[in-house]
Design a protein around this ligand. Structure first.
Ligand SMILES: Nc1ncnc2c1ncn2[C@@H]1O[C@H](COP(=O)(O)OP(=O)(O)O)[C@@H](O)[C@H]1O
Ligand SMILES: [Mg+2]
Length: 485
């Protein structure tokens, strides 16, 4: 190609390459998930995750009983960029860039040891980032912690990934008696567990793999709650390239089979956070609860979840990133996705609104809401229904015991503010509700005048009386009217 030209090798400088690798932006949970991907691709039936708290010397291990690697294969696997991302991958292969093992590990720790067993032979190699930086060469070390040398004795083949010096998770000098750091680590690991339950739920449900957390198998978390009979599934829609959309609107809280099921369905990021698309590549969940920039997350759509299923041949078109935690729908199918999602969202809004609503008339029976929502000139207001029998009762009570009547009425109003409906309307419309706009001037004038007269009778001067009125809600909104008294 360039036979007639001088060439010069420009090998990437090891220390700075490492820092680049470390900055790819994995979280602890996405990093662990990437390691589990490799185990699944290697045909593992069991993956076991252990954590050994020891302050700054804490260790995390991820072990599988998959195919394992020979010594040469292991050395190759430890090489950054072991495979060309452009090479077509097997449908079941969860890898792509040939980087996951290294980048996911380095994003969390300074020392990565992999021990692997294949054909009854155990091999191990370690990347020690401090050593690489020191000798300025990408050199593996044939070293492994003695405690883990025998960890593959109980499997005929398999691999264990050992992360130590987890400087990105626990500060290096942390003492093992540091309870604060210990608690933080334990919280971070709970997040990892929840992320695994979600990311690999299809594999776990299909019994393709069992992921063991210490001593228990992780239970799958399926965002679509398939066993809830009152959920609404939408017909599948097909996009080009074999991509499918499947929308589900989860039942309203009152219609979940039970309270525990409702709380479980909420998911790691809470009800509002988990709404949106769930992008799967094969059985693997890449992205969860995200409207992919097409819509905003809003409270009223929290019951809407839509699965997007991609075959892995679509990686490039959907711009799947190294961390497998991002995806971008190609422009030619955005419109179709948007249309589909609109329908699902609309239905989700109905379910949320109808069931969260106190104001709606029940079919076939007289119903007396306490609050009425009114819309005038594109703004909402909420007024007490004067025909509600309780209000009539208070009026009667006021004839004999006014202070008790007022007290009871205030209590009733305070305990029944229709916050859900107000919140919903606000989220939907930018317009603020402004109840005072709804008050007619005659009523305000009458009430203001009555109060003004009472102040005067209490020996206040007209100026003082007006000044007092102006600091009492809602008269503060009607300065001109008060001045004219
Ligand atoms: N747990 C494992 N069992 C068997 N082989 C593995 C395992 N982890 C990694 N490998 C091998 O190492 C290679 C590189 O892995 P990785 O860096 O994650 O990149 P990718 O998964 O994109 O290929 C894999 O393609 C696989 O051949
Ligand atoms: Mg991988």
């Amino acid at each position: 190609m360039y036979e007639d030209f001088e060439t010069q090798e420009a090998v990437p400088e090891a220390a700075s390459m490492i820092e680049t690798f470390r900055a790819i932006g994995y979280s602890l949970e996405t990093a662990v998930a990437d390691i589990i991907d490799n185990s699944i691709t290697a045909g593992a039936k069991h993956v076991t995750i252990h954590r050994f708290w020891d302050g700054g010397k804490t260790i995390i291990t991820i072990k599988d009983d998959g195919a394992g690697m020979t010594n040469d294969e292991l050395i190759h696997a430890m090489r950054p960029g072991a495979q060309n991302p452009l090479i077509e991958r097997d449908e079941k292969d969860l890898g792509r860039f040939g980087l996951g093992l290294k980048t996911a590990s380095f994003s969390q720790c300074r020392k990565l040891t992999v021990i692997s067993k294949k054909n009854k032979k155990v091999s191990y190699w370690t990347w020690d980032l401090d050593f690489v930086a020191e000798c300025k060469k990408w050199k593996l070390v044939h070293w492994c912690l003695d405690t883990f040398k025998d960890s593959l004795n109980d499997v005929s083949s398999g691999t264990i990934v050992i992360w130590s010096e987890l400087d990105r998770v626990i500060p290096t000098r942390t003492d093992n008696t540091n309870e604060v750091e210990k608690e933080k680590f334990s919280k971070a690991m709970e997040k990892v567990r929840d992320h695994i339950a979600m990311t690999f739920h299809r594999f776990i449900e299909d019994k393709q793999i069992s992921i063991i957390w210490g001593s228990h198998a992780i239970l799958p978390w399926n965002p679509f709650c398939p066993s809830e009979s009152k959920r609404q599934s939408f017909p599948v829609d097909y996009l080009s390239g074999g991509v499918t959309l499947t929308g589900v609107v989860l039942p309203h809280k009152l219609n979940f089979s039970n309270e525990t099921a409702f709380h479980q369905a909420e998911g790691p990021n809470g009800w509002s956070g988990q709404q949106g698309f769930y992008v799967y590549r094969g059985k693997r969940l890449l992205l969860s609860g995200d409207w992919l920039g097409l819509f905003r997350k809003e409270e009223c759509y929290k019951l809407a979840r839509i699965a997007i299923d991609l075959p892995n041949s679509q990686d490039a078109k959907w711009q799947i990133d190294i961390k497998k935690s991002k995806a971008y729908p190609p422009s030619y199918c955005r419109e179709q996705i948007e249309q589909y999602a609109r329908k699902v969202r609309l239905y989700a809004e109905e379910v949320f609104r109808h069931r969260g609503k106190i104001l709606k008339q029940r079919a076939g029976q007289q119903f007396y809401p306490l609050w009425l929502e009114k819309r005038k000139d594109s703004s909402w207001s909420y007024v007490i229904n004067r025909d509600n029998p309780l209000i009539i009762h208070f009026k009667k009570l006021a004839e004999t015991n006014p202070s008790e009547a007022i007290n009871q009425m205030l209590l009733l109003v305070e305990s029944n503010v229709p916050t859900k409906v107000i919140f919903y309307n606000e989220a939907k419309d930018e317009n603020m509700h402004d109840t005072y706009k709804m008050l007619d001037e005659v009523t305000i004038h009458q009430t203001a005048k009555a109060l003004y007269d009472s102040f005067i009778s209490q020996d206040k001067s007209p100026l003082q009386a007006k000044a007092l009125l102006k600091i009492i809600e809602p008269f503060n909104y009607f300065e001109d009217l008060i001045d004219s008294l």
